[in-house]
Design a protein around this ligand. Structure first.
Ligand code: DC
Length: 237
């Protein structure tokens, strides 16, 4: 099946499966996948490593000092995109617990958001992009041709994230994970700069009771309805 050259913006709450969904769509239909949350996580990791974030504090002037020359970029590898800091792949480190605890307040800093937005626009220059985050359809690409807003029940999200962390060998509890998700969703939705909210023209995808395959079929139906008939359907997933 062919999808036209469009920008697809995928926003939504934490752990709604945005990146799994967007990565799969990108791989199936030849889109560039960009994970905007990874950029905020990358800045947070760099801040932790530089000692300007830590002990429950964020030294904003310190973050400003390191962010300018920070060489954060995506590389296409093994059929997907991965985040690099210089020559180091940091996909794993940016998912660690410490980064998750600081990333929401770091992402609320306006100069961090401006810096990330500029990078995201530069990375997307060729078009045919699917990007996930919290403000893609509202701020980063307000003119995206297709906007999706993902949501799912809180308990289901916490359980999914907990299972993922256990698989990665990270020690935690469902309660701890649920508290972190709740805290991040609250902060992300209530910050003054580009808060998480559904763009008026975004389609809601509630995947509480859906499989990944059903999500992709839903998307294809949407695209077919919006952009007209495409080639015959065929999905490998
Ligand atoms: O999607 P994620 O959990 O990896 O995102 C990490 C944090 O980054 C999340 O708490 C909110 C922030 N974020 C944001 O503010 N804007 C985006 N476009 C993407 C993520």
């Amino acid at each position: 099946m062919t999808i036209p050259d469009i920008i697809i913006a995928v926003d939504g709450y934490s752990s709604t499966g945005k990146s799994t969904f967007a990565r799969l769509v990108a791989a199936e239909f030849g889109f560039l996948y960009l994970d905007s949350g990874a950029m905020y996580r990358g800045v947070t990791l760099a801040g932790l490593e530089a000692g300007v974030i830590g002990d429950g504090k964020i030294d904003e002037a310190g973050v400003k000092g390191i962010i300018g020359p920070l060489d954060l970029h995506f590389r296409r590898e093994e059929g997907t995109t991965k985040l690099f800091l210089g020559d180091r792949c940091i996909e794993k480190e940016i998912r660690e617990w410490e980064v998750s605890q600081y990333v929401s307040p770091v992402s609320a800093i306006p100069f961090v958001r401006n810096w990330v937005d500029e990078k995201l626009h530069a990375f997307s220059a060729g078009g045919r992009v699917i990007m996930d985050g919290r403000d893609i359809g509202t701020t980063v690409f307000p003119n995206a041709e297709l906007k999706i807003f993902m949501t799912a029940d809180e308990d289901v999200r916490a359980r999914r994230r907990y299972d993922e962390m256990v698989l990665k060998g990270i020690e935690t509890t469902v309660e701890e994970v649920a508290a972190n998700l709740k805290d991040r969703d609250y902060r992300d939705s209530h910050r003054p700069t580009s808060p998480l909210r559904r763009a008026e023209d975004a389609y809601v995808l509630d995947n509480t009771h859906m499989t990944l395959h059903e999500e992709v079929v839903w998307l294809l139906g949407l695209i077919q309805g919006k952009f007209g008939l495409l080639d015959s359907p065929g999905l490998s997933c």
